[in-house]
Design a protein around this ligand. Structure first.
Ligand code: PGA
Length: 245
């Protein structure tokens, strides 16, 4: 299984800034080992600049709606992302859950819609500090994972799960190796319970304050099949150091 090295740019970068970053993408891609892939999730306004990506490099939307089209002002559908050249999409990022009140049902529906549109979904889950401290890690992850479609043919090629503890996102506080391995092992068990042996082939990414100086250690942990990087993916230099770590 190839490791997926993903960049979530959130609400950052103008078109000029994107073009600056893209100048370095070919160089990063040429150094990318065969067992790694790279995906960038820029803002919607920059998607069209990603039309000539090198092999093993992909572009995706940071969000989509569950419906194909309709009266949903401000939203964008999975089909529209596909139409704009995307192969990937994020679903259920904690900022969508917390700031935009997306619940498990809606995240499940948009995941199904995106899979049906042929997009690879990076399905994000993770607990808050309060939930962890209350001993509810397993309950929260289980509840969030339940929103995944229960049986999809070829799911392992179309789905990655990103474990992003909310307390580690943008805080500089990375989860320790034991915490990452515990959560990833739990997720793996859940995925094989749902999808059988195919659940072993679904990538589980870690996200939350991944930086050039911790990426290598994190990528070496059991059941870590890639990383989802926010802040450190905004500069091509630090993202390249992570991708090649
Ligand atoms: P961070 O963000 O790397 O800045 O912590 C990760 C994410 O939100 O996906």
């Amino acid at each position: 299984m190839k490791k997926l090295m993903a960049a979530n740019w959130k609400m950052h970068k103008s078109q000029n800034e994107t073009l600056e970053f893209l100048k370095d993408v070919a160089t990063i891609a040429s150094a990318l080992p065969d067992d790694r892939e790279m995906a960038i999730f820029p803002p919607f306004t920059a998607l069209h600049l990603f039309s000539n990506l090198p092999a093993q490099c992909f572009v995706g939307g940071q969000n989509c709606h569950s419906e194909k089209e309709g009266a949903f002002t401000g939203e964008i559908s999975a089909m529209m992302l596909k139409d704009a050249g995307c192969t990937h999409v994020l679903a259920g990022h904690s900022e969508r859950r917390a700031l935009f009140h997306e619940n498990d049902d809606f995240i499940g529906e948009k995941t199904s819609a995106a899979l049906a549109a042929g997009l690879h979904v990076v399905f994000c889950i993770g607990e808050t500090l309060e939930e962890r401290e209350a001993g509810n890690l397993a309950t929260v992850l289980e509840r969030q994972l339940k929103a995944l479609p229960q049986s999809v043919k070829g799911i392992s090629a179309m789905l990655s799960v990103a474990y992003e503890p909310v307390w580690a996102i943008g805080t500089g506080k990375v989860a320790g190796p034991a915490e990452i391995m515990e959560a990833h092992a739990f997720i793996r068990k859940n995925l094989t319970a749902t999808y059988g042996t195919e659940g072993n082939q679904i990538r589980i990414l870690y996200g939350g304050s991944v930086k050039p100086d911790n990426a290598n250690e994190i990528l070496g942990l059991a059941n870590v099949n890639g990383v989802l990087v926010g802040g450190a993916s905004l500069q091509s230099k630090s993202f390249s150091q992570i991708v090649l770590a």
